[in-house]
Design a protein around this ligand. Structure first.
Ligand code: PLP
Length: 422
C-alpha cells in the first residue's frame, strides 16, 4: 500500500511512476476511452439489416403498409419480438424511434407539462421537483434533470443497487417525484439490482402519489459472461405491491443492432401506455415502421436476439478483460484504485485516490489518452470526492484498449504517488 511506504520508498515509487509516465507519453499515442459506443465490428454484425426489409416487403402481419403514416404504438410483431426482453405483454409496449433517451426525455417533459396518471397537477407547477440519482450514474440522465430544473439527490450504489434505507427515507419528501435506475449492468458501476432491492422499490411508501421509477434497462441483454444475470420483473413487482403505475421501463436496440438506427421501447401499465400515447400522438403521426419490420426480419424471434447478443459478447469480453489485466498488473496491492469487474454493460468504474481523478484525466490527456472527464458520473458533473472515473473500452480496437489501459494504470499510480508525497 502506497500509504504505508517509508519516505524513501515513496520517493523511489514516485521516481519510477514518473519515468513510466514519461516513457508512455513519449510513445505519442492517440487513444480515446471516452465513448460508450459499439465498435465498427459490432455494427458489422447487423450489416445484413441494411438490405431489409427488401423490395416489396412492406406489409405487417396485420396487413398495414409500413411505408405509410400511422401505427403509433408500433407493429404488433415488433412488440411481440421484444416482449420477453421488456417483461411486458405486447399491449403494454410502445415502440419509438431510434433513441430510448429521447423517450425518457419526452416522458419527463410530458410529466412536467401535464403530470402523469395520479398527478394532482403537472409536476412543473409544483414548487420543487426532485429525482433520486443513484451515483455514479449516467451523465445524460442527469443532464435531462439539469436542463429542466429538476433537483438531483445523489444516492450511493452498493453493488446490488441503491442504498435502499436512504431511498426509503428520501421518498418521504413529496418533492421527490422520480428516480433514475439502470437496474442491470449499470452505467458505469455495473450494479445489478437484487430481487430485494427491486421489491423494496416496488413497495416503498412514497409521499408523492405520482412517483415514478424511470427504469432504464439499457443493458438488459448485454452480458459479458456465459451466464447472464436475470433480474426481477419490475412491472410485476410494482403491480403485486399495489403500485401498478409506478415504473416506466425503457430500453433500446442501440447496442443490439445499430446505435444510430435502432428501436426504442417504453413498457408500462395500461394507464401509463395510454398516457404516453396521448402525448406522443400530438408529437408525431407515427414511428418508422420499416425499421420495425427490418428488426423483425433480421432478428426473427427472442432466440435470434439472444444469439445476436452472444456475438457482441465475443467481441466485447476480451476488451473488458484487457482493461482488468492492465489495471491488475500495475495497481494490485497499491491502494491506488478500486475498479469494477462488470458482468455486462459497457463500462468499468474506477475509484482512484480521493482528490486525484481530475489529475489522472489531465495526465492522460497530456499523454494523448482521452478519458471521460472527472465528475461526469455525478449530478452537475461534480464529484465531491474527485474520485470516480468511467472507462469505456467498447469502441477502440483490442490493441488500443490494451495500450490505453496500461496508460491509465500509469497515470493513476503517478497521481496517487504525487498525492501521498504532497
Ligand atoms: N441509457 C443508458 C444507461 C446508456 O448508457 C445509454 C447510452 O450509453 C443510453 C441510455 C442511450 O440509449 P439510446 O441509444 O437508446 O438513446
Amino acid at each position: 500500500m502506497i500509504a504505508d511506504l517509508s519516505a524513501a520508498d515513496l520517493d523511489s515509487l514516485l521516481a519510477r511512476a514518473r519515468a513510466d509516465y514519461d516513457a508512455f507519453r513519449a510513445k505519442g499515442l492517440k487513444l480515446d476511452m471516452t465513448r460508450g459506443k459499439p465498435a465498427p465490428e459490432q455494427l458489422d454484425l447487423a450489416e445484413g439489416m441494411l438490405a431489409l426489409p427488401g423490395n416489396r416487403d412492406h406489409l405487417s402481419e396485420a396487413g398495414e403498409d409500413a411505408r405509410n403514416y400511422g401505427g403509433l404504438q408500433g407493429l404488433a410483431e415488433t412488440r411481440a419480438l421484444f416482449a420477453r426482453t421488456l417483461g411486458a405483454s405486447p399491449d403494454r409496449i410502445v415502440v419509438g424511434d431510434n433513441s430510448s433517451l429521447a423517450l425518457m426525455h419526452d416522458s419527463l417533459v410530458y410529466a412536467l407539462l401535464k403530470g402523469v396518471p395520479g398527478s394532482a397537477k403537472p409536476w412543473g407547477r409544483e414548487p420543487d421537483v426532485a429525482f433520486l440519482c443513484p451515483t455514479p450514474g449516467y451523465d445524460r440522465h442527469f443532464a435531462i434533470c439539469e436542463e429542466y430544473g429538476v433537483r438531483m439527490i445523489p444516492v450511493p450504489l452498493t453493488g446490488d443497487g441503491p442504498d435502499m434505507d436512504k431511498v426509503e427515507e428520501l421518498v418521504r419528501d413529496p418533492a421527490v417525484k422520480g428516480m433514475w435506475n439502470v437496474p442491470k449492468y449499470a452505467n458505469p458501476s455495473g450494479d445489478v439490482y437484487s430481487d430485494e432491492t427491486i421489491r423494496r422499490l416496488a413497495r416503498m411508501t412514497t409521499a408523492a402519489p405520482d412517483f415514478r421509477l424511470f427504469w432504464d434497462n439499457a443493458y438488459v441483454l448485454h452480458h459479458l459472461t456465459d451466464d447472464g444475470r436475470e433480474i426481477l420483473n419490475v412491472l410485476d413487482a410494482c403491480a403485486e405491491a399495489g403500485h401498478p403505475d409506478r415504473a416506466f421501463v425503457f430500453a433500446s436496440t442501440s447496442k443490439m443492432t445499430l446505435a444510430g438506427a435502432g428501436l426504442a421501447f417504453f413498457a408500462s401499465s395500461p394507464a401509463n401506455v395510454a398516457w404516453l400515447l396521448a402525448s406522443a400522438s400530438k408529437r408525431t403521426i407515427g414511428p418508422d415502421k420499416l425499421n420495425q419490420l427490418r428488426h423483425v426480419r433480421f432478428l426473427k424471434d427472442h432466440d435470434g436476439l439472444v444469439a445476436h447478443m452472444a456475438k457482441h459478447k465475443a467481441l466485447l469480453a476480451p476488451k473488458f478483460a484487457a482493461v482488468d489485466e492492465a489495471l491488475e498488473a500495475r495497481l494490485a496491492g497499491t491502494g491506488a484504485a478500486r475498479w469494477t469487474k462488470p458482468e455486462g454493460g459497457y463500462f468499468i468504474s474506477v475509484d482512484v485516490v480521493e482528490g486525484t481523478a481530475s489529475r489522472v484525466v489531465q495526465l492522460a490527456k497530456d499523454a494523448g489518452l482521452l478519458l471521460t472527464g472527472a465528475g461526469a458520473t455525478w449530478p452537475k458533473g461534480k464529484d465531491p470526492r474527485d474520485q470516480n472515473l468511467r472507462l469505456a473500452p467498447s469502441f477502440p480496437s483490442l490493441s488500443d484498449v490494451k495500450a490505453a489501459s496500461e496508460g491509465i494504470a500509469i497515470c493513476i499510480l503517478l497521481a496517487a504517488a504525487e498525492a501521498e508525497s504532497a
